[in-house]
Design a protein around this ligand. Structure first.
Ligand SMILES: Cc1cc2nc3c(=O)[nH]c(=O)nc-3n(C[C@H](O)[C@H](O)[C@H](O)COP(=O)(O)O)c2cc1C
Length: 363
């Protein structure tokens, strides 16, 4: 019997061999300039070898002040292109597609002078960022557009705009962070203006035919946060403007560990995955593909999410750190769950400069 998980799907004009996405995962393996290293390229190549349909790169900063951490990949200058090109070629040779995730951390960066939509501190006791000026907002849109152009020139099949998890664009969307009183704050149309204008700038830069995706929060999971209803409205407007696909996530740092995008909560067979209800409701109002991330560990669950029409594609992050070969295993008919138990130990080696890895990984 044909397994629908391994049937092709289209995002815009892009044909993808199956329903699996490697969700953007900061590898902590770029060099100090933010350029791709042989090790980083090897990680992405291995995922392509093991049946991932669409690989989304770890978040790449579109301008230096938006850098979230050391050893993060850069999309801020043309110098990144040669390293990308080699990786893209290797990935394509193994039958996978690859998208670059475009990101800016906004008030959530460690750099001096960090700025977001408004002044806020990411956590009690942390330094407050300042509010972006109108000129800076204009420059940011240009930076996203320029980075998207670079991605296209390097051969990436698509770009994904990172508007989730409390990074810059998620900060604009969220009433929790965004207290602006100008055109970029206030009602949803004001808070979403930055996302719409970044999308339009990217679209103008890459052309009509190039797939542009967004990763967005289903909700922030804080009082006064971005809500599910608002998410649906923003996605509908982006679809009207020509967006090609949505990856649905959720949570911002003040939501706490239990409701963060990387929950330390293992899902058993049959459990709902993190944003399942929100995905079903979003899918009901969109025509473009919906990609669902967060907590998927069981192939039977992945299949039921696709067969029930909850989403069009399944996105995985931590399971593919522990088992880069997971999808080869599932394709070969092994129906046992991913070995990942969602413990987040994969972050620890990033912090110490060694790049992501799972201490429990099957060698
Ligand atoms: C080590 C690590 C790095 C991550 N980096 C990113 C990133 O660069 N961009 C992003 O949108 N999400 C990032 N995430 C979140 C994942 O894409 C995903 O949304 C989350 O881990 C939930 O999926 P999972 O349960 O399959 O791990 C990261 C997650 C992990 C574990």
């Amino acid at each position: 019997m044909e397994n629908k998980l391994f049937t092709p799907v289209r995002i815009g004009g892009l044909s993808i061999r199956n329903r699996f996405v490697r969700s953007a995962t900061h590898e902590g393996l770029a060099d100090e300039n933010g350029f791709y290293t042989e090790r980083l390229s090897g990680v992405l190549t291995l995922l392509a070898e093991h049946e991932v349909g669409l690989i989304i790169s770890g978040h790449a900063f579109v301008s230096p002040e938006g850098r979230a951490s050391a050893l993060q990949a850069s999309a801020a200058t043309d110098d990144a292109i040669p390293g990308w090109r080699e990786t893209v070629e290797r990935v394509h040779a193994r039958g996978a597609k690859i998208a670059l995730q475009l990101a800016h951390a906004g008030g959530n960066t460690a750099v001096p002078g960090a700025a977001g939509p408004s002044a806020f501190a990411q956590a009690p006791g942390k330094k407050e960022c300042r509010a972006l000026t109108p000129d800076e907002i204009r420059n940011l849109k240009t930076a996203f557009a320029a980075a998207a152009c670079r991605a296209r020139r390097a051969g990436f099949d698509a770009v994904q705009i990172h508007a989730a998890h409390g990074y810059l664009l998620s900060q604009f969307l969220s009433p929790y962070y965004n207290r602006r009183t100008d055109d970029y704050g206030g009602t949803l149309s004001g808070r979403a203006r930055m996302v719409y204008e970044v999308y339009d700038a990217v679209r103008n830069a890459v052309g009509e035919d190039y797939p542009v995706l967004i990763k967005i929060n289903s909700e922030d999971f804080v009082p006064d946060g971005f809500s599910q209803e608002e998410c649906r409205e923003v996605c509908r407007e982006l679809e009207r403007r020509g967006l090609n696909g949505v990856e649905l996530s959720g949570g911002i740092p003040p939501a706490g560990a239990a409701l963060s995008p990387v929950r330390v909560q293992d899902t058993a067979d049959g459990d709902k995955v993190y944003y399942e209800d929100a995905a079903r409701q979003l899918k009901a109002v969109l025509r473009i593909p919906v990609v669902l991330v967060g907590g998927v560990r069981h192939p039977a669950k992945a299949l039921s999410l696709i067969e029930s029409g909850t989403c069009d594609m399944i996105s995985l992050s931590r399971p593919l750190i522990r088992e880069p070969g997971l999808l080869s295993r599932w394709l070969a008919g092994d129906g046992t769950r991913a070995a990942c138990v969602s413990c987040n130990a994969c972050f620890r080696p990033i912090v110490t400069g060694r790049g992501f890895s799972c201490p429990r990984e099957r060698k």
